[in-house]
Design a binder for this molecule. Structure first.
Ligand SMILES: CSCCC(=O)C(=O)COP(=O)(O)O
Ligand SMILES: [Zn+2]
Length: 217
């Protein structure tokens, strides 16, 4: 069923909230990043950020609604995010996904490059893994890492192949992360948990190295 005007406006308001929260954390350097919230399932429709905008600002032209083919539903001069296809892949693969957020941070870029050789980053025994909705004792999570293909359809296919329902995120090498959840609250929690785990791990490697090099023989 097609979304109502009220549902569209609600999605735009929610995107405003999450966008400004992430902007305060400097998670949108250089106009990077894109955000979406699903508003209808059959056929798929979602609200997505317009391409190339400064995501630290609010304007009446920040979002538009796209369909299952990532095309604008209404006549508009706005262009959907260049990476809209990736959001569409997430919604098509996981029917339960209701929001999908993408940010470029230094920590997610460092982890994506450091572990690209393994095509994945794993971490275990961290409390914040519960932020991903995984509550088992001493859980280990693995987030896939894909090459940063310039061709977005190629990138979207690569992502489609590696994402799993167990871990709600994917890293793109030296680019950023996509994280999703059942709704905007959950997708935000997942993204925050991933970013904490990346920063923790990168800092821990640095401190460990510093401790090793300053320990007397
Ligand atoms: C300067 S960021 C390069 C494009 C990108 O990776 C991104 O996340 C933003 O693209 P959009 O089209 O969504 O503005
Ligand atoms: Zn990006």
């Amino acid at each position: 069923m097609t979304a109502t005007l009220e549902q569209r406006l609600d999605a735009f308001r929610r995107l405003d909230d999450v966008k400004m929260t992430f902007a305060r954390r400097d998670w949108f350097p250089g106009t990077s990043g894109n955000l979406s919230i699903k508003i209808a399932d059959t056929p798929l429709q979602f609200a997505v950020t317009a391409s190339g905008k400064d995501k630290t600002k609010l304007s009446p032209e920040d979002y538009l609604i796209v369909d299952q083919d990532s095309r604008p539903v209404d006549a508009t001069a706005l262009k959907p995010s260049a990476e809209t296809l990736i959001h569409a892949v997430v919604y098509k693969k996981f029917a339960q996904a209701g929001a999908c957020f993408h940010v470029h941070t230094v920590w997610n870029n460092l982890i994506s490059e450091l572990y690209f050789g393994h095509r994945a980053f794993s971490i275990q025994g961290q409390e914040l893994i519960k932020g991903l909705g995984i509550w088992e004792e001493n859980a280990r999570i693995t987030i896939p890492i894909v090459e940063n293909y310039a061709d977005i359809p190629t990138l979207a296919i690569a992502i489609e192949k590696v994402i799993t329902p167990e871990v709600p995120g994917v890293l793109i090498r030296n680019h950023g992360i996509y994280a999703w959840g059942g709704n905007d609250f959950e997708a935000k929690r997942h993204l925050e948990a991933f970013e904490f785990l990346f920063e923790y791990h990168a800092r821990w490697l640095q401190l460990r190295q510093a401790a090793v090099s300053t320990t007397p023989n």
